[in-house]
Design a protein around this ligand. Structure first.
Ligand code: ASP
Length: 317
């Protein structure tokens, strides 16, 4: 019997209400999700590693304007972009992460380069930008990441701050993230996450995405997880590690374990979602907001993508 492979992605739980974008724009976002899945699946189906698959899937979403990571990232309070990303190999527990970087076109690849180097695990700010340049990764001006939509989000958050309604901002105005989880034919799990954080975040703020055990976690025999939502809570609850622990120590199935973890976050009235895959290739993609950009490939190689409740079949991988 052939061993199962599995791949799931998310593009963040900060989706707009369906009526606020044209059908053409939604179709474009879904096409970018499908392209991300195909990039990861082509690696897995050729016998490649889960680590390479999640990196490839995340890079596609980092290069899409539709998601808050890489190009299209949120602006911080000073009108700049500071990006966070991480990757983890469930086979060895090796991991790499970068935070508050300003010039790396694909932060997930800098995280992977750091992981392959072995030590340090997490590098921040200008040192991480310099590291990426030394590794020969693409570096860009900070303005490369800017889009009109995120600029509007920043203006509206600044106005909300002035009039005291920042707490009422929609999930879409505030944040987003991209992530991928995979199981490869060798039975290894991996996870990767990349984000611009949230709109109008203070300079230097780092969220959960580059924090191993919070926004990203992978451990063979347990699960691989990538989260999206208010990072401060993902860090407090060590969401990725908590999910893996509920599977390992309580013997909970993935769906039940992820429901329990999401339930704890929801109790704080924060937007949250995640994608996860377990050692058998079971995939979950729960969220508590209006929608979550997400997708997965079923074992027969069919691509599924979604933004809100409806799931679209986007053809073969
Ligand atoms: N988790 C990300 C952060 O807090 C944001 C998000 O996923 O919406 O940086």
């Amino acid at each position: 019997m052939t061993k199962p492979i599995a791949l799931a992605i998310h593009g963040g739980c900060g989706t707009l209400p369906k009526s606020e974008m044209s059908e053409a724009e939604w179709a474009e976002a879904r096409a970018d999700l499908a392209a991300s899945l195909r990039a990861g699946w082509s690696i897995l189906s050729a016998g490649g590693s889960a680590v390479d698959a999640v990196e490839a899937a995340v890079r596609v979403m980092e290069d899409s304007a539709h998601f808050n990571a890489g190009y299209g990232a949120a602006f911080n309070a000073e009108g700049e972009h500071e990006l966070d990303a991480s990757i983890m190999d469930g086979a060895t527990l090796a991991a790499g992460a970068v935070a508050a970087v300003k010039r790396i076109r694909n932060p997930v690849s800098a995280a992977k380069a750091l992981m392959l180097r072995g030590d340090p695990l997490l590098l921040v700010g200008p040192a991480a930008d310099t590291f990426a340049a030394h590794e020969g990764l693409d570096t860009v001006e900070n303005g490369h990441f800017s889009t009109e939509r995120r600029r509007k989000n920043l203006s509206s958050m600044k106005i909300r701050e002035l009039v005291g309604t920042a707490g009422e901002a929609s999930e879409a105005e505030k944040h987003g993230t991209v992530g991928a989880v995979a199981l490869d034919a060798a039975g290894h799990l991996a996870a990767a996450t990349s984000t611009g954080g949230y709109t109008n975040k203070p300079v230097g703020r780092v969220g959960d995405s580059p924090i191993i055990g919070a926004g990203t976690y992978a451990r063979d025999g347990r699960c691989a997880v990538s989260g999206t939502g208010k990072g401060e809570y993902f860090i407090r609850y060590c969401v990725g590690h908590e999910l893996a622990s509920l599977i390992a120590y309580k013997g909970l199935p993935l769906a039940e374990a992820s429901g329990a973890v999401l339930g704890e976050l929801t109790a704080h009235k924060i937007g949250a979602g995640l994608v996860a895959v377990d050692a058998d290739g079971t995939i979950v993609a729960p969220y508590n907001t209006d929608g979550m950009y997400r997708g997965w490939v079923t074992p027969d190689g069919t691509v599924h993508v979604a933004t809100h409740a409806d799931v679209e079949i986007a053809g073969p991988a």
